[in-house]
Design a binder for this molecule. Structure first.
Ligand code: PMP
Length: 356
């Protein structure tokens, strides 16, 4: 017998999420914060971690961490918080909960690839509505898709990955209202909030069908794997039933609680990254043959004449970026560059100035 005799056909047809080997490279492919944990806090962090009781299971609902996140991120008291092993796990929990036979997950395209992959994992139908060529949301096409598909859930990243832009707020609000009329949930994914400062946090209470995701991955804690869902209790108590016990390990709880107590230090790094984004965009715009798209995230999407040649030229200079060109027609000849340190960004600028 072979695995494919019994594995679901849609799973056999998938390719696993690919992570490019990066040892020895300037790593600008995964939207990580390029800075180490602030040097003046490292000893205190280690002291905190050394107190964690590794022989015990962690706090099941991460009570201390929840309080620290609530304080640091100013989460209104009437909203609840649910933690995931990265926001990827939150997407999975939501998809599992809504996967009635025939249910649909809707998103825009191009968008974060895990929306589509997780829909497939969980047996949901996936529908992607193309963005306009300037990467703005196509509201009329979205409203038509909502009326046609009656999606159980819509995922919208705000700012969007891999395009980097913030969709118009009014467009998202129209989508939320249309989705509510068709009994669907809207998940606003604010993974890049620290670089955009734009949020739907204070709009949640206005709608019965909106929840919001955040993550600490882009803030300097990607290795800890911690994402969160923020929303009304009636939604979160249902999703919480699908969360595996103790899904947030004790070291992550301790490290993230400590980090939230020093949230300003992480935000200072985000401010540096945002300033570097402006500098990098200005420099790249002076290079003939490069178009830089507007970004409110910690990365820039650029269009070049031949993305695979530029990608290879960067690789040969030991710079790793992401080439999403083949993943969607709207992304033809694009590269996604994570903002690095100023030294890393200088290396990128000089590499991109070289003819390929
Ligand atoms: N949402 C978006 C829009 C993302 O770009 C990413 C990471 N690339 C995630 C969620 C996943 O984040 P996490 O590390 O918390 O799983």
């Amino acid at each position: 017998m072979k695995p494919n005799d019994i594995i679901r056909a849609e799973i056999s047809a998938l390719s696993a999420y690919h992570v490019q080997p990066s040892a020895g490279f300037i790593k600008l492919d995964a939207m990580e914060n390029p800075y180490d944990f602030p040097a003046h806090l490292q000893d205190a962090l280690l002291a905190r971690l050394s107190k964690a009781s590794l022989n015990r299971y962690p706090s099941a609902d991460a009570t201390e961490l929840k309080t620290a996140i609530r304080d640091a991120m100013n989460i209104p008291a009437e909203l609840d918080i649910l933690f995931g092993n990265g926001s990827d796990e939150i997407i999975q929990i939501i998809a599992m909960a809504l996967a009635k036979p025939g249910a649909t997950l809707l998103s825009v395209e191009p968008a974060f690839v895990m929306f589509k992959m997780i829909a497939t994992f969980c047996g949901l139908k996936y529908v992607g509505v193309p963005l306009k060529p300037d990467f703005e949301i196509d509201v009329e096409a979205m409203l038509a898709a909502i009326a046609r598909e009656k999606p159980a859930v819509i995922f919208i990243a705000y700012p969007n990955n891999p395009t980097g832009n913030l969709f118009a707020r009014g467009a998202i609000k129209r989508i939320i209202t249309a989705c509510e009329k068709n009994n669907g949930l809207v998940v606003i994914d604010e993974a890049y909030f620290a670089f955009s400062h734009e949020s739907f946090l204070h709009d949640i209470a206005k709608y019965p069908n909106v929840v919001l995701m955040r993550t600490v991955s882009k803030l300097g804690l990607a290795g800890a794997r911690l994402g969160m869902l923020i929303g009304p209790r009636n939604w979160l108590q249902e999703f919480d039933k699908l969360r595996l016990p103790y899904n947030i390990n004790i070291l992550t709880q301790a490290a993230a609680t400590f980090a939230m107590e020093h949230y300003d230090a992480l935000l200072d790094q985000a401010t540096l990254i945002t300033a570097e984004r402006t500098r990098l965009a200005l420099s790249l715009r002076t290079i003939p043959g490069i178009k830089v798209f507007p970004s409110q995230a910690n990365f820039l999407l650029i269009r070049v004449t031949d993305a695979s040649r530029v990608f290879s030229a960067l690789l040969s200079r030991k710079i790793l970026v992401k080439n999403p060109s083949a993943s969607h027609a709207l992304l033809a000849n694009t590269l996604r560059l994570t903002i690095g340190t100023s030294t890393e960004n200088d290396a990128m600028i000089s590499a991109l100035c070289e003819p390929v």
